[in-house]
Design a protein around this ligand. Sequence first.
Ligand code: GDP
Ligand code: MG
Length: 677
Amino acid sequence: MSEYVDEVLDATSQPATGFPRLQVIDEDKQFSTDVNSYLSTVGLLNNGLNYHLISVFGSQSTGKSTLLNALFGTKFDVMDESARKQTTKGIWMSRAKQDSILIMDVEGTDGRERGEDQDFERKAALFALSTSEVLIINIWEHQVGLYQGANMGLLKTVFEVNISLFSSPNKSLLLFVIRDHIGVTPLDNLAATLTADLKRIWESLIKPPELAESSITDFFTLQFTTLPHKILQPEKFISAVDELGNRFISDAKDENYVFSPKFHRNVPADGWSIYAKSIWEQIELNKDLDLPTQQILVARFRCEEIAAQAWDTFENDIKPVEGMLGVVEGLGSILRPARANALELYDSQASRYTTSVCEGKKRELIEKIDLRLSQVYGAQIATLKKVALQKFSADVTAELAKPKYKFLEAVSTAKSETIKIFETAAAEALIEGTSLSYSKDLSVLSSEIEDSVARLREAEAKRLATRITRAVSSELDDSLPSIFKTPREDMWDRVMLNFREIVATALAKYEVTDGETGTLKYDFGLGGLPEEVSSEMEQVLMDTWKELYRKIREFCRMDAILARLREVFEDKFKYDEKGVPRVWKPSDNIDDFYTVALNETLAFIPVMTSARLANGDRVAPDSAIVPALERDEEIDVEKYAVFMSQSQAEELRQSFKRIADSLYIDAKRSTIQSIRQ
Ligand code: GDP
Ligand code: MG
């Protein structure tokens, strides 16, 4: 770790020195936790599949690191010739000077005597073989053909474990670099010898049955090259290395260009750390290892990480909306990009991984996002609905407060405007590709507005009824006194005729002809259903009948009747037929006049204490309205036309008799006085 940090600092301060390196696996066989930050430092983390991996394999001190540094411009440790001191054990990584290539150098002891070191060497070689597209195998020319010396023993072991560990081994390119080539034996001969050796090794491997017939070339492409002695022929060495370098540059159009898609492990750079670590762990534990399974595990892990990142971005984007109260203006323009951006972010990174895994995780992400969206949208719609209803009420109230309002027009304008505003705002926040919808809420809103309209209609009908009843009441006040002034047999016929005329006049402007039946009916124009219209009408008629009930009771109060009887009596008793006041003379028969006037006046008492028509029928509300009046219970329908009980009528009689008697005595007194004069 500290070394890596030093190197990074070094690389930052002195970019000319090339890329820093990282110890991927340390001497304690621990896999580094810094791989991702290393890849980020060298600018490869976000390269997706656009990178290559090369490893080197071979005995210690065969000039591997020297070759890598020369070929790729890396800075791997090279054994100090004068000190001959061992470099740090482990696997190192560095970015090459050529584009997007990563190199792994394996350091170890030449520990054929020590079993423990052999274990590391084998594991390191296996790791290099499993993860790399190209494996450079470094050997001295004089080792070619020598089984032990050429490290073919190790190669055999590595092949064998590779086959047994990985149910489907990856393909790689094996590039044999034959060092210290003297030039006597041509490359082709050396290559033929090595190829024959490799085939023999492959045949001798213990293979699973399905690979029994396989040949080494089914899994490995073989390439060979020679290099002159670095120290004895430095210039030739350098130019040979330069030429070899062309095989790693696609633009160089070298026929031996090493990278082929079939060698790529198809693990994106940002997933490589997890992938390589899991392979290392499997090698360490020596467990069965299935490379495709590893790739899927990595895909799952990374896709989950990317989905979590996308979700965070999404949540962050919609956070402003959450704190807002009331209707959020332009909600859709916040939600839509939040969703699109999150999915785009996911796609851009996750699409490099195994498609089935990437798609599956994406579906989960979409589900989670859409659930959240539906909550936010639902809250918005609920608020919108509330606001819309309030606006509807406010609009109608304002309209109905105007002097010459038209109820139906006011209500329907307010309704259509409210619905329009709701629909516009609700549609604005819709998101294509989601199941967000407001149709249910729209129909709920409509029916809530209808409920509100029904209440308004009821209130309006009451207001109209009050207005009509007030008009009827004042007309009755104008006309009834003259009818009651002179009680006659047909007084109540005139009262009722008058009442009906007044009511008919008051209702005249609400009269309509039924289109179907052609009959006349009333409609206040409030747009109600037929049963609502008839109940409104019933209410009005009921109120007018109640008004009449109160009026006639007022005129037929005990004191009012007494006053009226007194007037009638005085008219008959104190005035002659021509309306001239009588001056009583002693010769006048006052008793006779008195008896006639008294009887005629008393005859009116029944007319005043209960209302009967000339034909003898009791005055009563129209039978159609009777049930409603009975339900209403405000007035006693039974006694609609009865103003007094028998005993009250008798009391009235007595009271009137006393008044008449006193008038009689007054008359008598006046004759006595006139005699005295
Ligand atoms: P590594 O252990 O395989 O990585 O080998 P090093 O790169 O550390 O080199 C080991 C020694 O071999 C060093 O002393 C180098 O100077 C020397 N060396 C490097 N390249 C060559 C070469 O081409 N021929 C010979 N004979 N020696 C070399
Ligand atoms: Mg080395």
